[in-house]
Design a protein around this ligand. Structure first.
Ligand code: ZN
Length: 57
């Protein structure tokens, strides 16, 4: 089996100042962390589970 681990990309509201991630349920769960967006950035990547949060455009 060739199991490619592609990071999930999660869309969030365009007006959000940041996003909270706890990895979801199951094996990918991790302590809840908050990521804020910079003025010139519309995406953030979770350092725990590698999920990418992108603002909807
Ligand atoms: Zn995460």
């Amino acid at each position: 089996m060739n199991d490619t681990t592609t990071p999930k990309t999660i869309e969030i509201d365009i007006h959000a100042d940041g996003v909270c991630c706890n990895g979801g349920d199951g094996a990918l769960g991790h302590p809840k962390v908050w990521y804020s967006f910079n003025d010139n950035s519309n995406s953030a990547q979770c350092s725990y589970c590698d999920r990418i949060f992108t603002k909807k455009t």
